[in-house]
Write a protein that binds this ligand. Structure first.
Ligand code: MLT
Length: 251
């Protein structure tokens, strides 16, 4: 049960492992928005890499979310703010989504054995699933335009640490070790640790401080989105698992 951390969708080809579950991470904000969407009753999502692909779904009459550089793309129904999905109008809907980095990472990983969506919002649910599956895990950080970012790496380090120290996983991957070291430095105040980080500053300039705080708050949405073909859907956890999981969440 080896853990690896890939810092950029561009490097994902170096990490191929046909037995691995891939966890796509874009804490600010794509995977947080997707997790929130499913927690609020969205039925399916279709992640696409380009605005042109998203437009095709819009022309077919689907609800479509499109974000570039932190802002909603003109003419689309939704952007990438988790708060946009806390609304009854999304309940039961299928929503296509394209974002600057998050959906690029999903695209890079889509041929993997299993692709799940990770964020602080669903971290204990994610740990519970990975622990149960006992497979190798690759954390794929969306980063920013194929560059490293702090928030995705810190989150990968948090989950890697939990799996290694509590659940019998291990690692021989230097980027996983570095991610865990960063998490150790950041864990008492992730928001403060990110004070000078590029995307926290980018979102602050767009007056999205509320989004940052929400996305960094653990376990608000105990659901696990998983890729099935071209759709993201909510993984059905057996009743027993949900009970155990809610026990985890309440301790
Ligand atoms: C992305 O996918 O690039 C990000 O989530 C950007 C954002 O904050 O909207």
């Amino acid at each position: 049960m080896q853990i690896e951390v890939c810092y950029s969708p561009n490097s994902f080809h170096l990490f191929q492992n046909p037995n691995a579950i891939v966890v796509v991470i874009d804490v600010l904000r794509a995977t947080s928005a997707i997790t929130t969407a499913f927690y609020n009753g969205v039925s399916k999502m279709i992640p696409v890499a380009t605005v042109d692909e998203a437009l095709v779904y819009k022309e077919q009459g689907l609800m479509v979310a499109a974000e570039r550089d932190g802002e909603i793309v003109n003419g689309f129904d939704l952007g990438n703010s988790p708060f946009g999905y806390m609304n009854t109008r999304v309940k039961g809907k299928t929503i296509a989504i394209t974002t600057t980095n998050g959906t690029q990472a999903i695209e890079a990983a889509k041929a993997s054995k299993q692709v799940v969506i990770g964020s602080f919002l669903n971290m204990d649910t994610l740990i519970y699933h990975l622990k149960k599956e006992k497979s190798p895990v690759i954390f794929l950080c969306a980063g920013w335009k194929n560059k490293f970012n702090l928030e995705d790496t810190i989150f990968a380090g948090a989950i890697a640490q939990a799996l290694i120290y509590k659940h019998g996983f291990n690692t021989e991957c230097d980027s996983a070790i570095a991610a865990m070291e960063l998490y150790k430095l950041a864990k008492h105040d992730v928001y403060g640790f990110l004070a000078n980080s590029s995307h926290r500053n980018r979102l602050s300039k767009l007056d999205l401080e509320r989004d940052i705080n929400y996305c960094l708050t653990p376990n608000q949405c105990p659901v696990l989105p998983v890729l099935e073909g071209k759709f993201l859907v909510k993984m059905e956890l057996p009743k027993h698992d949900l009970l155990v999981n809610s026990k985890i969440l309440n301790t």
